[in-house]
Design a protein around this ligand. Structure first.
Ligand code: EPU
Length: 302
């Protein structure tokens, strides 16, 4: 999809939108899969309601992209433009035990930045790829730690109301890999309240989590993290592994040899390959265990 109408281009320029024509989503996603479209980078949160109005006026469909680390995008010319927050400077402002963080900030860098200022609690999230906004959306959690526990305030664009709102932590429900945000809401910024902890102690926690992750997950390969959510009381990875499916592939889309709930792009995998692999594995798990695995990976297919 191209944002090419002269009036639209003038409107985007007036809103300070940085347009990158013909961007390949394979470069913006950790799976390295995805077709081409125009990327619109937002430099000012306040421009979003007007931007959405402008796109709708010109019949241009759009999608919000975070860090692209939990996403499988379709192949070819994509039927929507992509909106993404540009990173502000600074991304994080500390005030006592509160960290005010822009949604575009990298989650790992946020954890280490806070750690260096003796603010802990998020050690388990250290290896979770993606942005703080993406982590909020997905209610990222690992090693018994959930970002939701520390959220005191979220600034977001509410798609249904077409306006920017601030929600208090107690107005948001955080469930496993799911939050009460609407599907088109866009996270803009968050205030976290973090416990004080000496840097050395936090670093020890970070090292332990890094080690656990390195030993069980294929970190050096292109993936979207876990493909399926864990069903209640069970592990999708263990079930897939028990069926002997590590290494199963469709084209270059492959079930990781290291962790069976990670599917990797071992070369030039297409979205079609990856979707076929997901569907094949889901079917086999359902036949063997009677459990229909739900996607954790978000699929944007045309
Ligand atoms: N297991 C196997 N074979 C495998 C993978 C796992 O037998 O191929 C076994 C492990 O040995 C372990 C159990 O399954 O006994 C659970 O495995 P693991 O500790 O790796 O946890 P998980 O349930 O597979 C979840 C999250 C991960 C998160 C880890 C650590 C989901 C879907 N996955 O994985 O999150 O990093 O716990 O907290 O909730 C993600 O969401 O993208 C993700 C990577």
């Amino acid at each position: 999809m191209r944002a090419e109408h002269p009036k639209l281009e003038a409107g985007l320029a007036a809103l300070g939108i940085d347009v990158r024509s013909g961007t390949s989503l394979s470069e913006l996603t950790s799976l390295g899969i995805g077709g081409t479209t125009d990327l619109l980078r937002i430099t000012k949160h306040d421009s979003i309601p007007e931007l959405i109005g402008l796109l709708e006026h010109h019949d241009i469909p759009y999608k919000f992209l975070g860090g692209g680390s939990n996403l499988l995008v379709g192949d070819g010319e994509l039927p929507w433009v992509i909106l993404q927050l540009a990173k502000p400077d600074p991304e994080i402002v500390l005030e006592g035990n509160f960290a005010h963080v822009d949604a575009a900030a990298d989650l790992g860098r946020t954890v280490t930045f806070c750690a260096k200022h003796d603010l802990g609690g998020m050690e388990g999230l250290i290896g979770v790829p993606g942005t703080v906004g993406g982590a909020l959306r997905m209610k990222a959690g690992a090693y018994g730690m959930q970002i939701g526990s520390y959220v005191r305030e979220v600034k977001l664009y509410r798609a249904a109301e077409r306006k920017i709102e601030i929600l208090k932590g107690n107005q948001i429900s955080f469930e496993y890999r799911h939050t009460s945000f609407g599907p088109d809401d866009m996270m803009l910024a968050v205030t976290l309240e973090l416990p004080s902890k000496p840097f050395k102690e936090i670093l020890q926690g970070i090292r332990i989590c890094n080690e656990k992750r390195r030993s069980s997950q294929p970190l050096g390969q292109k993936s979207a993290g876990c493909i399926f959510k864990n069903p209640p009381g069970a592990s999708a990875g263990r079930m897939i592994d028990e069926l002997g499916l590590k290494g199963l592939s469709v084209g270059d889309a492959k079930v990781s040899d290291r962790h069976a709930n990670f599917f990797v792009n071992a070369g030039q995998a297409s979205a079609k390959d990856m979707l076929a692999l997901i569907s094949d594995v889901r079917g086999r798990v359902e036949n063997a265990f009677g459990v229909k695995l739900e996607n954790e990976v978000v699929v944007w297919n045309a």
